[in-house]
Design a protein around this ligand. Structure first.
Ligand SMILES: C[S@@+](CC[C@H](N)C(=O)[O-])C[C@H]1O[C@@H](n2cnc3c(N)ncnc32)[C@H](O)[C@@H]1O
Length: 226
Protein backbone atom coordinates (compact mmCIF):
# COMPACT_ATOMS: atom_id res chain seq x y z
CA UNK A 1 0.00 0.00 0.00
CA UNK A 2 1.26 3.49 -0.84
CA UNK A 3 2.00 5.55 2.29
CA UNK A 4 0.18 8.85 2.82
CA UNK A 5 3.42 10.30 4.20
CA UNK A 6 6.94 8.94 4.34
CA UNK A 7 10.37 10.15 5.40
CA UNK A 8 13.51 8.43 6.71
CA UNK A 9 11.87 7.52 10.04
CA UNK A 10 8.08 7.88 9.68
CA UNK A 11 5.65 5.96 7.49
CA UNK A 12 1.97 6.90 7.72
CA UNK A 13 -0.90 5.03 6.05
CA UNK A 14 -4.41 6.35 5.56
CA UNK A 15 -6.90 3.55 6.21
CA UNK A 16 -8.43 1.11 8.65
CA UNK A 17 -5.76 -0.48 10.85
CA UNK A 18 -7.71 -3.72 10.67
CA UNK A 19 -7.20 -3.80 6.90
CA UNK A 20 -3.81 -2.08 6.51
CA UNK A 21 -1.32 -4.66 7.74
CA UNK A 22 2.03 -2.87 7.33
CA UNK A 23 2.12 -1.72 10.99
CA UNK A 24 2.22 -5.36 12.10
CA UNK A 25 5.88 -5.60 11.01
CA UNK A 26 6.89 -3.21 13.84
CA UNK A 27 8.34 -4.33 17.19
CA UNK A 28 6.44 -2.32 19.80
CA UNK A 29 2.91 -0.95 19.86
CA UNK A 30 2.62 2.58 21.27
CA UNK A 31 -0.97 3.59 20.78
CA UNK A 32 -3.98 5.48 22.08
CA UNK A 33 -6.97 3.54 20.73
CA UNK A 34 -10.67 4.45 20.87
CA UNK A 35 -11.53 3.93 24.57
CA UNK A 36 -15.06 2.61 23.92
CA UNK A 37 -16.70 5.47 25.84
CA UNK A 38 -18.48 7.32 23.02
CA UNK A 39 -16.31 10.41 23.55
CA UNK A 40 -18.00 13.31 21.84
CA UNK A 41 -16.27 16.44 22.90
CA UNK A 42 -13.13 18.37 22.44
CA UNK A 43 -13.87 20.69 19.52
CA UNK A 44 -13.89 24.33 20.41
CA UNK A 45 -12.20 27.67 20.39
CA UNK A 46 -10.37 29.75 22.96
CA UNK A 47 -12.07 33.01 23.97
CA UNK A 48 -10.27 35.25 26.46
CA UNK A 49 -8.18 32.25 27.49
CA UNK A 50 -11.27 30.09 28.18
CA UNK A 51 -12.27 27.01 26.21
CA UNK A 52 -15.65 27.36 24.52
CA UNK A 53 -17.08 24.13 23.12
CA UNK A 54 -18.10 24.61 19.50
CA UNK A 55 -19.71 21.33 18.53
CA UNK A 56 -19.36 17.62 19.02
CA UNK A 57 -16.28 15.91 17.65
CA UNK A 58 -16.50 12.14 18.08
CA UNK A 59 -13.61 9.70 17.75
CA UNK A 60 -14.24 7.06 15.07
CA UNK A 61 -14.95 3.63 16.53
CA UNK A 62 -15.28 4.92 20.09
CA UNK A 63 -18.68 3.37 20.79
CA UNK A 64 -17.11 0.04 21.71
CA UNK A 65 -13.71 -1.47 22.58
CA UNK A 66 -13.84 -3.62 19.45
CA UNK A 67 -11.16 -1.72 17.48
CA UNK A 68 -8.67 -1.97 20.38
CA UNK A 69 -9.42 -5.61 21.01
CA UNK A 70 -9.05 -6.59 17.36
CA UNK A 71 -5.76 -4.72 17.06
CA UNK A 72 -4.44 -6.40 20.22
CA UNK A 73 -5.47 -9.79 18.88
CA UNK A 74 -3.43 -9.12 15.71
CA UNK A 75 -0.50 -7.88 17.82
CA UNK A 76 -0.50 -11.09 19.89
CA UNK A 77 2.31 -11.26 22.50
CA UNK A 78 4.64 -8.52 21.27
CA UNK A 79 5.38 -5.58 23.63
CA UNK A 80 2.95 -2.70 23.79
CA UNK A 81 2.10 0.58 25.50
CA UNK A 82 -1.64 1.22 25.23
CA UNK A 83 -3.69 4.13 26.62
CA UNK A 84 -7.10 3.65 28.23
CA UNK A 85 -9.46 4.57 31.02
CA UNK A 86 -10.33 2.81 34.28
CA UNK A 87 -13.97 3.08 33.20
CA UNK A 88 -13.41 0.23 30.73
CA UNK A 89 -11.70 -3.17 31.11
CA UNK A 90 -7.92 -3.14 30.72
CA UNK A 91 -6.31 -5.27 27.99
CA UNK A 92 -6.14 -8.92 28.99
CA UNK A 93 -2.33 -9.12 28.64
CA UNK A 94 -1.57 -6.08 30.83
CA UNK A 95 1.66 -6.56 32.83
CA UNK A 96 1.79 -3.15 34.46
CA UNK A 97 -0.28 0.03 34.61
CA UNK A 98 0.90 3.64 34.59
CA UNK A 99 -1.24 6.65 35.48
CA UNK A 100 -1.09 9.76 33.32
CA UNK A 101 -1.94 12.61 35.69
CA UNK A 102 -3.26 15.39 33.51
CA UNK A 103 -3.71 19.07 34.23
CA UNK A 104 -6.92 19.10 32.23
CA UNK A 105 -9.98 16.92 32.63
CA UNK A 106 -10.02 13.23 31.74
CA UNK A 107 -13.05 11.54 30.13
CA UNK A 108 -15.94 11.44 32.60
CA UNK A 109 -18.88 13.45 33.91
CA UNK A 110 -18.32 17.17 34.54
CA UNK A 111 -21.24 17.58 36.97
CA UNK A 112 -20.11 14.98 39.54
CA UNK A 113 -18.48 15.86 42.88
CA UNK A 114 -15.22 14.25 41.66
CA UNK A 115 -13.43 15.36 38.52
CA UNK A 116 -11.31 12.78 36.70
CA UNK A 117 -7.77 13.95 36.05
CA UNK A 118 -6.08 10.76 34.96
CA UNK A 119 -5.90 8.24 32.18
CA UNK A 120 -4.29 4.83 32.29
CA UNK A 121 -1.37 3.45 30.28
CA UNK A 122 -1.14 -0.33 30.03
CA UNK A 123 2.20 -2.06 29.53
CA UNK A 124 1.96 -5.33 27.61
CA UNK A 125 4.69 -7.88 26.97
CA UNK A 126 8.36 -7.73 27.88
CA UNK A 127 11.75 -6.29 26.96
CA UNK A 128 11.36 -2.61 27.92
CA UNK A 129 14.40 -0.58 28.98
CA UNK A 130 15.05 -0.50 32.74
CA UNK A 131 16.70 2.32 34.65
CA UNK A 132 17.88 2.95 38.16
CA UNK A 133 15.80 4.26 39.81
CA UNK A 134 12.91 2.76 37.81
CA UNK A 135 10.35 4.94 36.09
CA UNK A 136 7.54 5.89 38.49
CA UNK A 137 4.02 4.70 37.71
CA UNK A 138 2.44 8.18 37.94
CA UNK A 139 3.44 10.55 35.13
CA UNK A 140 2.48 14.24 35.24
CA UNK A 141 2.29 16.52 32.27
CA UNK A 142 1.94 20.26 32.26
CA UNK A 143 -0.11 20.72 29.12
CA UNK A 144 -3.43 22.52 29.07
CA UNK A 145 -5.81 20.19 27.24
CA UNK A 146 -8.24 22.71 25.68
CA UNK A 147 -5.33 24.80 24.44
CA UNK A 148 -3.72 21.74 22.90
CA UNK A 149 -6.99 20.59 21.29
CA UNK A 150 -7.39 23.93 19.57
CA UNK A 151 -3.70 24.32 18.71
CA UNK A 152 -3.33 20.86 17.25
CA UNK A 153 -6.80 20.35 15.74
CA UNK A 154 -7.65 16.89 17.09
CA UNK A 155 -10.06 16.16 19.99
CA UNK A 156 -7.69 13.94 22.00
CA UNK A 157 -4.05 14.87 21.31
CA UNK A 158 -1.46 13.34 23.61
CA UNK A 159 1.48 15.52 24.65
CA UNK A 160 4.59 14.80 22.58
CA UNK A 161 6.74 14.95 25.75
CA UNK A 162 4.65 12.19 27.34
CA UNK A 163 4.98 10.03 24.25
CA UNK A 164 8.75 10.60 24.20
CA UNK A 165 8.99 9.53 27.83
CA UNK A 166 7.22 6.25 26.96
CA UNK A 167 9.13 5.61 23.72
CA UNK A 168 12.42 6.07 25.61
CA UNK A 169 11.45 2.88 27.52
CA UNK A 170 11.41 0.96 24.22
CA UNK A 171 14.62 -0.63 22.95
CA UNK A 172 16.37 1.74 20.48
CA UNK A 173 16.25 -0.79 17.65
CA UNK A 174 12.52 -1.43 18.05
CA UNK A 175 10.30 -0.04 15.29
CA UNK A 176 7.24 1.64 16.83
CA UNK A 177 3.66 1.06 15.58
CA UNK A 178 0.70 3.37 16.18
CA UNK A 179 -2.36 2.01 14.34
CA UNK A 180 -4.57 4.79 15.83
CA UNK A 181 -2.32 7.72 14.99
CA UNK A 182 -4.82 10.60 15.54
CA UNK A 183 -2.89 13.88 15.48
CA UNK A 184 0.40 11.99 15.25
CA UNK A 185 1.88 12.57 18.73
CA UNK A 186 3.48 9.11 18.72
CA UNK A 187 4.93 9.70 15.25
CA UNK A 188 6.33 13.13 16.14
CA UNK A 189 7.80 11.80 19.41
CA UNK A 190 9.39 8.76 17.76
CA UNK A 191 10.95 10.92 15.08
CA UNK A 192 12.24 13.40 17.68
CA UNK A 193 14.03 10.45 19.30
CA UNK A 194 15.40 9.13 16.00
CA UNK A 195 13.18 6.02 16.13
CA UNK A 196 11.43 4.39 13.17
CA UNK A 197 7.64 4.47 13.39
CA UNK A 198 4.70 3.19 11.33
CA UNK A 199 1.31 4.87 11.79
CA UNK A 200 -2.21 4.29 10.49
CA UNK A 201 -5.11 6.74 10.71
CA UNK A 202 -8.66 6.19 9.49
CA UNK A 203 -9.65 9.81 8.96
CA UNK A 204 -8.00 11.62 6.07
CA UNK A 205 -8.30 15.02 7.76
CA UNK A 206 -6.05 13.72 10.56
CA UNK A 207 -3.59 12.19 8.08
CA UNK A 208 -3.32 15.63 6.52
CA UNK A 209 -2.82 17.17 9.96
CA UNK A 210 -0.04 14.66 10.74
CA UNK A 211 1.68 15.19 7.39
CA UNK A 212 1.62 18.98 7.93
CA UNK A 213 2.88 18.59 11.48
CA UNK A 214 5.74 16.36 10.39
CA UNK A 215 6.61 18.55 7.43
CA UNK A 216 6.61 21.78 9.42
CA UNK A 217 8.10 20.73 12.73
CA UNK A 218 11.50 19.21 12.99
CA UNK A 219 11.25 19.13 16.77
CA UNK A 220 7.98 19.25 18.74
CA UNK A 221 8.75 18.47 22.33
CA UNK A 222 5.40 19.50 23.81
CA UNK A 223 5.28 20.27 27.52
CA UNK A 224 6.10 17.96 30.37
CA UNK A 225 6.51 18.57 34.06
CA UNK A 226 8.48 16.31 36.33
C1 LIG B 1 -7.78 8.52 20.70
S1 LIG B 1 -7.40 8.99 19.08
C2 LIG B 1 -5.63 8.99 19.05
C3 LIG B 1 -5.07 10.30 19.46
C4 LIG B 1 -3.57 10.37 19.29
N1 LIG B 1 -2.88 9.59 20.29
C5 LIG B 1 -3.06 11.80 19.34
O1 LIG B 1 -2.15 12.10 20.12
O2 LIG B 1 -3.61 12.62 18.62
C6 LIG B 1 -7.79 7.56 18.16
C7 LIG B 1 -7.64 7.75 16.66
O3 LIG B 1 -7.85 6.49 16.04
C8 LIG B 1 -8.52 6.69 14.80
N2 LIG B 1 -9.15 5.41 14.46
C9 LIG B 1 -10.28 4.87 14.97
N3 LIG B 1 -10.50 3.66 14.44
C10 LIG B 1 -9.47 3.42 13.58
C11 LIG B 1 -9.13 2.31 12.73
N4 LIG B 1 -9.90 1.23 12.67
N5 LIG B 1 -8.00 2.39 12.01
C12 LIG B 1 -7.21 3.50 12.06
N6 LIG B 1 -7.49 4.57 12.84
C13 LIG B 1 -8.60 4.53 13.60
C14 LIG B 1 -9.48 7.83 15.07
O4 LIG B 1 -9.84 8.51 13.88
C15 LIG B 1 -8.67 8.71 16.05
O5 LIG B 1 -8.00 9.75 15.37
Amino acid sequence: MKPYFEDDLVTLYHGDALEVTEWLSADVLVTDPPYGISWNGGAGTLKNGKFVRRDSNPIAGDNTLEARERVLLLWADKPGIVFGTWRMPKPEKTQHRLIWHKKGQAPGPTNAPFLSQDEEIYILGKGFVSSSPPMRSVIGTGESRPTEIVRIGHPTPKPVGLMEMLIERCQPEWVVADPFAGSGATLVAARNLGRKVIGVELEEKYCELIANRLSQQVFDFGSLEA
